[in-house]
Design a protein around this ligand. Structure first.
Ligand SMILES: C[S@@+](CC[C@H](N)C(=O)[O-])C[C@H]1O[C@@H](n2cnc3c(N)ncnc32)[C@H](O)[C@@H]1O
Length: 539
C-alpha cells in the first residue's frame, strides 16, 4: 500500500474522485506506454508465472478442447461454425510475447497432429502499446508463424477499442466480420484495468471516492515518478444500486448489497466493460482464459478493507474480483469455471458465453484435468520452493522435472544448474538424454532481451559433458545475443585451452580482459597459457 504519513506536509492532487476515473489509471497507462517491452526485459513487471511453458500448454489443451466442443456441436441444421473462415485466438495485454510463443508452439503442435488440422486458426497478439507491437513485428522467433498465416498483430485498447484491426492481413475482427466464436486469452491483464470501490455497511451501499495526496516537496515531480509517492484516502457517499447504465452490472451490485455484511469490495468495471465489448465482437460466442492475482469465491469478499495497490516498478495491480466477473457470465446463461481449492499466486478462470454453454463437455473436462487437478499455480508453487536450492535430486529426476515443465529454461537455470555437480559420471544413456534435453530447452526459449544468459548456461553444461563443439556454438550464440561479454569469452577461451589451441585461447582471454581487466578467472587462465606457451618454445 502507498502509505499515508501524517507528519509529512502533503498536497492534494485529486479530491473525491470515482475510483475508476482516478488519475492513477493514467499513471498506469503512462508507465506501459513509456516502458514498452523494457517492462519485461528489465525485469520490472513480473511475468514468469503467467508466461511459462507449463501454463501455455494448459491453455493450449483448454483451447483445443473448446474447438473440439464447437465441432461436436456443429450440424447443418444448427451450425456453430463456418469452416471457410478462421477461428481467432486473441491475446489481450500480451506484453513480452513469451506466453504467445509457448502457446503457439504447443497449440499448433496439437492441432497439426489432430483430426481438426484442416481448421484455420489464427493467433493475434494484441496490446495498446504501439512500440511493443513494433518489437513483435521484427522478432525473429515469431516470423515462421507470420509466414504461415498463423500469427497476426493488433493494437487493442481495453478501454476504447471496439474491434481488432490486424496489422499483417489487413482484416478486421468485429461483430460484422467475425463468423466463428472468439477465443480470448488475458493474463495479468484484467487486474490492471480500472475498478470502482464500494462499501457495504449495515445493508447500505456507498461508493468510495478517492483522494490522492503527495508530499509537498514532490509537488513538481515528473508524472512518471508520481506513482511512487502517492497516498490514497477515501470518502464514502451512499448510492443506490442502480449505479451503472448496464443493468447486468447493477444486478451484481445489488446481489452484493443483499448478501454481504460489512465489507469493502472492488468492482472490476474496466474488465466488465472490456468483456462486454468482446462478447459483442464475438456475437455472443466467446471463450476467455484468464489468470490474475484474484479471488473468485463470494466468501473472499467478506470483511475486506479498501483495495491495496501492489506496485511493480511504475505500474500496479489490484486483487481482481473474479467473483463479479463470474456472476456476470452466469447471470447471462454463460459458464464460469474456477478452482474449488485456494490458489497461491494466480487464479485461473475460464469464461464461456454462447447458446449451448451447457454442452461444453470437453472444455469442462480439460479444465478439471489441467487446472483443477494439474494447475500451473501448483506447479509454480512447488518448483519455486526448490529453485536455487541444492536439492538431492538425481539427474534422471531433474530431467523428469524439466520434461514436466516442458523444457522451461527458467527451471533449467534455477532448479537444474544448482545441482549439476550432483550429476557425477554419466552413463551413455543419461548423457544422451541430457544432451537432447539441452537442445529442447534451447528450442523452447523465447528471447526477450533479459539479462539471464540461457545460451551461456547450456554451453557450460555441454562443456561439462565434453561436447565442446556444441558448447562453442552456444557461447557464440551468447556473443551474438548479448554482445561481447566476459563470461562467454572466458568459456570460449577454456574451450580452446582444452583443445590445446593456445594462440586462440590467449587471443580470446585478451578480449575478455579488455572488457573487464580484473576478471580473475581470465587472469589466472592467461598465466597458465603464457606459461604453457613458454614451455612449448623451450622444447
Ligand atoms: C501486467 S502486464 C501483463 C503482460 C502479460 N500478459 C503477462 O502475463 O506477463 C499488462 C499488459 O496489459 C497492457 N495493457 C494495460 N492496459 C491496457 C489497456 N487498457 N488495453 C490494452 N492493453 C493494456 C500493458 O501494455 C501490458 O502489456
Amino acid at each position: 500500500m502507498i502509505a499515508s504519513s501524517e507528519q509529512i506536509e502533503s498536497v492534494i492532487i485529486e479530491e473525491k474522485c470515482r475510483f475508476s476515473q482516478s488519475r492513477i489509471w493514467n499513471l498506469q497507462r503512462l508507465f506501459f506506454n513509456q516502458q514498452g517491452t523494457k517492462a519485461w526485459s528489465k525485469g520490472i513487471v513480473p511475468h514468469y508465472v503467467t508466461s511459462n511453458p507449463y501454463i501455455a500448454a494448459c491453455y493450449a489443451k483448454l483451447t483445443y478442447a473448446y474447438i473440439s466442443d464447437l465441432i461436436a456441436q456443429h450440424s447443418e441444421s444448427t451450425p456453430t461454425f463456418d469452416l471457410q473462415h478462421p477461428i481467432y485466438i486473441v491475446e489481450l495485454g500480451t506484453g513480452s510475447g513469451r506466453f504467445s510463443f509457448h502457446f503457439m508452439k504447443c497449440f499448433f503442435d496439437i492441432l497439426d497432429q489432430s483430426a481438426l488440422r484442416k481448421i484455420k486458426v489464427i493467433y493475434v497478439m494484441s496490446d495498446f502499446v504501439q512500440s511493443t507491437i513494433n518489437d513483435w513485428l521484427v522478432h525473429p522467433q515469431l516470423q515462421d508463424w507470420v509466414k504461415k498465416g498463423r500469427l497476426d498483430f493488433a493494437t487493442f485498447d481495453a478501454i476504447e477499442s471496439q474491434s481488432f484491426e490486424l496489422v499483417i492481413s489487413g482484416e478486421s475482427i468485429s461483430n460484422t466480420t467475425l463468423r466463428n466464436p472468439l477465443i480470448v486469452i488475458a493474463n495479468y491483464f484484467f487486474d490492471t484495468l480500472p475498478v470502482d470501490v464500494f462499501s457495504i455497511w449495515q445493508g447500505k451501499l456507498s461508493e468510495a471516492l478517492v483522494s490522492i495526496s503527495i508530499p509537498k516537496e514532490k509537488a513538481n515531480i515528473d508524472e512518471a515518478e508520481l506513482i511512487h509517492h502517492i497516498a490514497l484516502s477515501y470518502n464514502y457517499e451512499e448510492v443506490d444500486d442502480v449505479y451503472y447504465k448496464t443493468s447486468a452490472f447493477n444486478e451484481i451490485l445489488k446481489q452484493y448489497k443483499d448478501a454481504l455484511p460489512d465489507t469493502c469490495i472492488n468492482f472490476p468495471i474496466g474488465a466488465l466493460h472490456c468483456l462486454q465489448t468482446l462478447n459483442n465482437i464475438a456475437n455472443g460466442a466467446l471463450m476467455v482464459l484468464t489468470a490474475d492475482k484474484g479471488v473468485h469465491q463470494q466468501s473472499d469478499l467478506l470483511f475486506q478493507n479498501e483495495p491495496y495497490l501492489a506496485l511493480h516498478g511504475g505500474c500496479f495491480s489490484l486483487t481482481l474480483n473474479y467473483h463479479a466477473i463470474g456472476e456476470y457470465f452466469k447471470n447471462n446463461k454463460g459458464i464460469f469455471l474456477s478452482t474449488t481449492h485456494a490458489h497461491a499466486s494466480i487464479d485461473i478462470c475460464l469464461l464461456l458465453s454462447g447458446k449451448n454453454s451447457a454442452d461444453f463437455i470437453e472444455t469442462k473436462i480439460a479444465y478439471e484435468l489441467c487446472v483443477e487437478q494439474g494447475s500451473p499455480d501448483d506447479f509454480y508453487l512447488l518448483t519455486s520452493a526448490i529453485a536455487g536450492k541444492d536439492t538431492s535430486f538425481s539427474l534422471p529426476q531433474m530431467i523428469a522435472l524439466l520434461r514436466l515443465s516442458r523444457w522451461d529454461s527458467a527451471i533449467f537455470i534455477n532448479n537444474f544448474m544448482p545441482v549439476i555437480e550432483n550429476a557425477g559420471d554419466l552413463s551413455d544413456t543419461l548423457r544422451q538424454e541430457l544432451y537432447f534435453a539441452l537442445y529442447k530447452i534451447w528450442d523452447n526459449y523465447f528471447y526477450i532481451g533479459e539479462e539471464t544468459d540461457v545460451c551461456l548456461y547450456i554451453g557450460i553444461v555441454l562443456c561439462k559433458m565434453h561436447y565442446y563443439p556444441d558448447a562453442l556454438k552456444f557461447f557464440e550464440y551468447s556473443l551474438s545475443l548479448k554482445g561481447a561479454n566476459t563470461a562467454a569469452l572466458y568459456n570460449i577461451a577454456l574451450y580452446y585451452y582444452d583443445l590445446r589451441q593456445l594462440d586462440k585461447c590467449l587471443d580470446t582471454i585478451e578480449q575478455a580482459l579488455h572488457l573487464q581487466q580484473d576478471f580473475s578467472p581470465a587472469i589466472a587462465l592467461k598465466m597458465r597459457v603464457v606459461a604453457g606457451m613458454q614451455r612449448l618454445k623451450e622444447l
